[in-house]
Design a protein around this ligand. Sequence first.
Ligand SMILES: [Zn+2]
Length: 356
Amino acid sequence: MKTDKHTRSSETPKKQRVRDSRNTDYITVASADAERLRRARARERQRKQRKRRKIILSGIVVCLVLTLVFLIVLCIRKTDEDGTPTRTDANHAASLLELPEGWKWQQMTEADLSQGTLILVNRDHAYDPGLPQTVSVYDKKTRSYFVKDKILSLREDAADALNQWMDSFAAESGRTDVNIVAGWRSYDDQVRLYQNAVNNKGQEYADAYLALPGHSEHHTGLAVDLDTYNIEDGTSGGFDGDGEYAWAVAHAWEYGFIQRYPPQKSDITGINYESWHFRYVGLPHAYIMQTENLCLEEYIDYLRNYSFSGEHLHVTCLGVSYELYFCAGNQVVVPTTGSYTISGNNADGFIVTVYP
Ligand SMILES: [Zn+2]
């Protein structure tokens, strides 16, 4: 026991000191092992702590990076929504600018869509009469025809064309008894007319001959109803477009007017044949509709075949050459020089008519 103790002490001086302080071999050995174990555990604990700290730190870094990426993506998306030009927008703008020489873009508004002589107003396309830009027919008219009263009004271009049409008819036939009995009509006027028709002649008649308020061509100031006036007794003779009056119907297009509700197109226009109702669309449109046998609904469709980037419609009418094309949406192409008109179609785009 003594030898063992001596050997142990000579081999491990540290343990000797432990033994000295505790004074017994057993306790010395046990304490040394416990101390070793404690240190090992402490080291293990430290190692685990370091590992845990490393994991937590890595987690924080990953979270920060992810948050940063998320914020950057959010910023980019917000910028797009705000309309700041992106690469796609820039390309679009560039493509819009690529026009052949001699042409330029013109920005139209939503309100422009219901301006012009080619606006389509029917049961599918309403029109807000708003404040009319019309003139009194009585104030402007020539002596070639009558007008119902001093209030009846039309858009000025339609009133001027009506004067020329009636002057020519009077010169041709010697008759000056055409009486204009309807022109521009307010929304309330149409409500009254429609209700009167329903009350006096029934719903079926009203629907066949009268547009619903907001859907009447008379709201545009571009439509007229013709009648005849008997100077002898002041009675109305109606306007059936026959006999001597056939000339006025056949030549209406030369003055930019069309018979708006022809008998063979009732299923398209939604209105029965009205021999008396004429609509001003201007030239060369009335000429094209006449020669192609198209009502306004069909003509508006027909023009959609001629886009700016595609084939244009070229037509010569009464010695004047016209070039027409359709622009969908609110961006319209117009020539940089020369004359042209732009008309909305009251549906989905604009018709540009270029002339010398
Ligand atoms: Zn009418």
